[in-house]
Design a protein around this ligand. Structure first.
Ligand SMILES: NC(=O)c1ccc[n+]([C@@H]2O[C@H](COP(=O)([O-])OP(=O)(O)OC[C@H]3O[C@@H](n4cnc5c(N)ncnc54)[C@H](O)[C@@H]3O)[C@@H](O)[C@H]2O)c1
Length: 252
């Protein structure tokens, strides 16, 4: 794989890198030759991910920060550039899911979910994008969800945030294509991470699994490989799209 797909010498920023998909992506990036700055609220998890990156011979830089503090985003981006010299790749991965039936959704749940999953992702892309425009090079991958493309019960606020992410991906790709910046989203089905295991525990998950043509839930590494492909130069003709990684769920 490495002979075709390489991230040799690339510098990435990955939000939510302390666990789950973000952690797996950071380690996969290291295997392919990239250094990463990891942004998360989970200090201990960040340290573990950085140790795994270093085992692969690359550098992992932890930044403990809450990305919903939009005023701090400038400092996060500046510190990544100070440490790595530049940013080639941004992975907007940090996210939360609050599951509740429509009648019970609160304003707080709405605000919190959209703040992490959509607002922070946009302002990070805006800050990093300005830097990428100067460099005339960039890859941005937004981690959306199948639940941003098709309706799932209880996923109202999550859908609003992830459908928004799918939408802004298209505008960023349109405006930044001329600057040699690719912007794509991906839409995973259930992935076995702390989030996936919590949301889909028990009978609910078993029932959902029966609807997945591929017959299994995803692993973080399944997602990390797609993110690596979209962050690499072999996918440079792909921009403004949302790639389903859903075991065939939306094909039915
Ligand atoms: N696991 C799934 O089934 C699944 C499916 C589709 C999409 N996704 C999406 O994939 C992405 C990663 O999910 P995961 O399953 O690895 O989740 P996870 O909960 O296992 O990990 C998410 C990470 O984001 C961090 N984070 C949350 N809020 C933050 C904030 N305000 N500032 C900084 N860091 C913050 C958490 O501390 C955590 O380390 C999310 O955007 C999620 O919506 C997950």
């Amino acid at each position: 794989m490495e002979e075709i797909l390489t991230l040799q010498g690339k510098k990435a920023v990955i939000t939510g890198g302390a666990k789950g998909i973000g952690k797996s992506t950071a380690v996969t990036f290291a295997k392919l030759g990239a250094d990463s700055t990891l942004v998360d609220i989970d200090d201990a998890g960040l340290k573990e991910t950085c140790q795994e990156i270093e085992k692969e011979g690359q550098m992992g830089y932890p930044v403990v920060a809450d990305i919903t503090d939009v005023k701090a985003i400038g400092d996060i981006v500046k510190s990544a550039i100070d440490k790595m010299g530049r940013i080639d790749i941004l992975i907007n991965n940090a996210g939360i899911a609050i599951i509740n039936p429509v009648e019970k959704v609160t304003e707080e749940e709405w605000d919190k979910t959209l703040a992490v999953n959509l607002k922070a992702a946009f302002f990070l892309a805006q800050r990093v994008g300005r830097h990428m425009i100067q460099n005339r090079y960039g890859k941005i991958v937004n981690i959306a969800s199948q639940a941003g493309v098709v309706a799932l019960e209880g996923h109202l606020t999550y859908m609003a945030s992830k459908a928004g992410l799918v939408g802004i991906t298209k505008v960023l790709a349109l405006e930044w294509g001329p600057h040699n910046i690719n912007v794509n989203a991906i839409a995973p089905t259930v992935i076995l991470t702390p989030m996936g295991e919590k949301v889909w525990a028990g009978e609910k998950g078993e029932k959902f699994l029966q609807k997945l043509p591929i017959g299994r839930f995803g692993k973080p590494e399944d997602v990390a490989c797609l993110v690596a492909f979209l962050s690499s130069d072999i996918s440079s003709m792909i921009t403004g799209t949302t790639v389903m990684i859903d075991g065939g769920y939306t094909a039915t």
